[in-house]
Design a protein around this ligand. Structure first.
Ligand SMILES: [Zn+2]
Length: 147
């Protein structure tokens, strides 16, 4: 599968640009552009907050801060997309997964799996952040670790 509309070759990854109009997510997408995952946490007690909201869930005053996490986790669940359901930006087949990161138990990111093993993963499989760079943006895709 090739998507030439974005000016680069992409295999099996839907090309959905990140939203530009949600200020609470800027820290997340800035980290993805650096090839990392960052999530918001309270700088006083360390509690994570996903999705990011104004204020802190623990009640401490002030704003959350963005902290990089290591990008390793496990597949919580997944589904295989075989047919395009949107008019553009989709390039099936691909596998959408919910990944629970090691450092942030209970927080699950929606992602697309890439590389070997991405077509037939298993729940609980180990995954590693493997960002997919498009011409204009980067998406936080994950690869399945070799077992
Ligand atoms: Zn706190």
């Amino acid at each position: 599968m090739t998507d030439s509309s974005a000016g680069c070759v992409v295999t099996g990854v839907p090309n959905f640009p990140p939203p530009q109009d949600i200020s609470e997510l800027v820290g997340f997408w800035d980290a993805v552009e650096r090839g990392c995952i960052a999530l918001p946490a309270c700088p006083d007690c360390g509690i994570w907050q996903w999705y990011p909201l104004a204020g802190r869930p623990c009640g401490h005053p002030g704003e959350l801060e963005w902290r990089d996490v290591d990008g390793h986790g496990t597949i919580f669940t997944f589904t295989r997309v075989e047919r395009a359901f949107l008019p553009s930006g989709s390039n099936p087949p691909y596998t959408v997964a919910l990944v629970e990161l090691d450092e942030t138990p209970g927080i699950r990111l929606v992602t697309v799996l890439v590389g070997p093993g991405s077509a037939d993963p298993v729940i609980g499989a180990r995954v590693t952040l493997s960002p997919n760079k498009f011409e204009t943006h980067t998406l936080p895709t994950f690869s399945v670790d070799a077992s």
